[in-house]
Design a protein around this ligand. Structure first.
Ligand code: CP
Ligand code: NVA
Length: 302
């Protein structure tokens, strides 16, 4: 069955998992499919949505989740990741991890006998991308032929969106300041998916071009967890990229506004946009749970 570290790991099953999420949200699956199953949740970084949605999701599927702060684990005192993976595999049926380094999660998955699900690394945030796509379908009716614009840097959230959008037939643009472009390998893979699915990927510092014909305007914090040392410079470089009503007016009139949250009003987005009628951010947050229940069912059900 494998693990979910990247959107690419579910390339051929993205639609299947999202269909499953819709069914789960509508209450159309059996009761307690994960009865008796346990998910270990390792957090090396803060979280509100990811922690709660996995915990509540496991409970609602009939199983349980155990929160493990990396500060309290022996891993935090230097126990090898490989030993941690082997030991956890003897106790639990799945491991969810929010990690600082993507390579650590790859190592965990390599030595684990149970599925490993990423709840964010420095490279990707695949569960967020699934919840985002569920939200887009609910609000726009379909993905095919629609266009999403991410305004911000090439980060974990935009990397996963770059990979998932073409797989579902969406065009994607990224409006980012020079020097903050996404990871080269992610862009290369996203371009391949776009060619296979006849969609377009555009990466530009020109906000006007990026926002042409856009149905979804998406942004994220200017300073991701781990980038704090660059905060001052980033605030200067990203100022022209703030999502405010002027920027929103460049997108289609009925465009929706999305943000993975947490948000900083007055930085990457103004309060009138995130709290305004085009914003769907709380539906998006709720969908973390429905999408992840589908992921848990997909990876952990016998
Ligand atoms: N969007 C998201 O992953 O939120 P948390 O950091 O609160 O988990
Ligand atoms: N890019 C943000 C996402 C938080 C959910 C971060 O990594 O901090």
């Amino acid at each position: 069955m494998g693990s979910l570290l990247s959107v690419s790991d579910i390339k051929d099953d993205v639609k299947y998992i999202l269909d499953l999420a819709e069914k789960i949200k509508a209450g159309e699956i059996e009761e307690k499919p994960l009865e008796g199953k346990t998910l270990a949740m390792i957090f090396q970084k803060s979280s509100t949505r990811t922690r709660l949605s996995f915990d509540v999701g496991m409970y609602q599927l009939g199983g349980r989740a155990i929160f493990l702060s990396s500060n309290d684990l022996q891993m935090g005192r230097g126990e090898p990741i490989s030993d941690t993976a082997k030991v956890l595999s003897r106790f639990v049926d799945g491991i969810m991890i929010r990690a600082i380094k993507h390579s650590d999660v790859e190592e965990l998955a390599e030595y684990s006998d149970v599925p490993v699900i990423s709840g964010l690394t420095d490279l990707e945030h695949p569960c967020q991308a699934l919840a985002d796509m569920l939200t887009i379908k609910e609000h726009l009716g379909d993905w095919k032929g629609k266009k999403i614009c991410f305004v911000g840097d090439g980060n974990n959230v935009s990397n996963s969106l770059l990979l998932i959008a073409p797989l579902l037939g969406m065009d994607m643009s990224l409006a980012c300041p020079k020097g903050y472009e996404p990871d080269e390998n992610i862009v290369k893979t996203a371009q391949e998916y776009a060619e296979e699915n006849d969609t377009q990927i555009t990466i530009t510092e020109d906000i006007g071009i990026a926002l042409e014909n856009v149905d979804v305007v998406y942004t994220d914090v200017w300073v991701s967890m781990g980038d704090e040392a660059e905060a001052k410079q980033r605030e200067i470089d990203f100022a022209p990229f703030q999502v405010n009503s002027d920027l929103m007016s460049l997108a289609n009139d009925d465009a929706i506004f999305m943000h993975c949250l947490p948000a900083i009003r007055g930085q990457e987005v103004t309060a009138d946009v995130i709290d305004g009628p085009q914003s769907v951010v709380f539906d998006e947050a709720e969908n973390r749970m429905h999408a992840q229940k589908a992921v848990l069912y997909y990876y952990m059900k016998d």
